[in-house]
Design a protein. Structure first.
Length: 252
């Protein structure tokens, strides 16, 4: 159904209604006044509208809004019947006001909106969105750009020396240190055994005892010196690796 053109006008005072204006028949006292347009649309006023320059001007029943309707759109006979005594009270209902879209609301586009893609294209887009966007295919006659992958470099210390360098040095120094510990343990055990051996009663036995103890002490002292040296070299290597920011695991 078409909507009547409604214009809001400001009036400084009442305008007299010429006699015989279409759609201005007096309504029964105490009842709203109904205007019927040529297309069947009904507009309910608080009172009979005033005619001015080919327009009917009055206030809507219920809201009090001042509106103007061209007289050419008024069905005079239908209006007279609607306002005749005994007319159906249903015709006096307040007209339904169509809600105005808010500042952020989007009115229906109706048949003005058209799909710019086919149904098959729409299904393909939705499927790609669900499965993940595939890699774009290269256009004919073009060479795809290959992005070089940076080569992963092995970690090094602050001097550029890697794990192999430190493992080789640590293996040699640790081997010498471990061997020195074993030799020292053996020399200490041999010295204790010599000092606890039987002295004997004869001079030859006593001389043999003294010789064995002296030899065991010499061997133990030599083992202690070698152990101190190997331990010092090992600790010096650990300190050097620490200053070079080498990983501790490279020396284990």
């Amino acid at each position: 159904m078409r909507t009547a053109l409604v214009l809001v006008l400001a009036l400084s005072g009442p305008v007299p209604t010429p006699p015989g204006a279409p759609g201005t028949a007096d309504a029964p006292p105490g009842r709203p006044w109904v205007l019927v347009q040529a297309d069947g649309t009904r507009v309910t006023f608080e009172a009979p509208p005033q005619e001015r320059s080919g327009r009917l001007i009055g206030r809507l029943h219920g809201s009090g809004t001042l509106v103007s309707i061209p007289t050419a759109r008024v069905d005079g006979k239908a209006t007279e019947r609607a306002n005749a005594p005994g007319a159906d009270a249903a015709t006096l209902a307040v007209p339904t006001v169509r809600p105005t879209p808010g500042p952020f609301a989007t009115p229906p586009l109706g048949d003005r909106a058209r799909m710019r893609t086919s149904a098959e294209e729409a299904r393909r887009i939705l499927e790609n969105a669900r499965m993940g966007t595939p890699a774009p295919t290269a256009q004919p006659g073009t060479t795809p750009t290959v992005v070089p992958v940076p080569e992963e470099k092995a970690p090094t210390d602050n001097q550029g020396r890697g794990e192999a360098y430190w493992r080789e040095r640590a293996g040699a120094a640790r081997g010498v240190f471990d061997e020195a510990e074993r030799n020292l343990a053996a020399a200490e055990a041999q010295l204790q055994a010599a000092e606890r051996s039987y002295l004997g009663v004869g001079e030859a036995e006593r001389n043999g005892f003294v010789v064995r103890v002296i030899e065991a002490r010499d061997i133990a002292e030599k083992a202690r010196a070698e152990h101190r040296s190997a331990k010092g070299r090992w600790e010096a290597l650990l300190e050097e690796a620490r200053k070079a920011d080498a990983f501790p695991g490279w020396l284990r």
